[in-house]
Write a protein that binds this ligand. Sequence first.
Ligand code: PAF
Length: 281
Amino acid sequence: MIFHHQSSLQSELQKNRVQNRTVGFVPTMGALHEGHLALVKKALSENQITVVSIFVNPTQFDNAGDLEKYPRTLKTDAQLLKKLDDKILVYAPNPGDLYGDNVVSKKYSFGGLEHQMEGEFRTGHFDGVGTVVNLLFRAVRPDKAYFGEKDFQQLQIIKKLVSIEKLPIEIIGCPIYREKHGLAMSSRNKRLSKVQFEEAKIICETLKWAQSNFSEKSIGELQKHVSQTFQQNPHLKLEYFEIANIDNLRPARRKRKGNTYRAFIAAYAGEVRLIDNMALN
Ligand code: PAF
């Protein structure tokens, strides 16, 4: 069932809430792939009602071209979800239904998590994400919400958001889904040419290399190798490669005992920006 207005979604949800049914929620921007469907399957298995939102959120894009070109495939998405389970509630609003007349971001402070990596390279991105996820959470009022680890920084920020906004929602992170050759699944992959799609596997290969060499090499050596690898590939342009402590996401310059690290990459294949990350220890 597709709802374009939160009022009708809420009356449907209310019928279920009076029967104490738990609500699982998967927020998406659509162009659904296997990674999204895995989140939806997990939500279906852990809750009596599952809501999936499909909304390309304008306030989290700092680049008008990227927003315009973001794939929009509502009909196919709805069919994919129906195939999984025909009781899934799909919320596909227009901006006004979520934001009212003022489609702008609220300003958040996520304890510094918002300044690194994606926050540094995409101005205002996490204010936009925080704003829309807060609005979606208030519209759906789920018990649990599911997010992919491909956007690991976003996942950590959303955990912080529920504590800032005092929302009683359990945030569940789910593993990255990959194409056969390793590229992390993303709605943006649809925009890659055949060659770009093939070459983009170096993102994941590089992360795997960093993972296997993490114990022997210094962070400086790992960074040097990664930047040289990208320089040799004419199809991909590295924006950043960072190794960060997962608790504060601050880029690490030296390894410290007892800390848990992850490697993060953002790179362009032509105009398409791709991100990925991997646990290192
Ligand atoms: O990860 C996404 O697709 C988006 O950032 C989200 C969480 C749906 C908010 O627009």
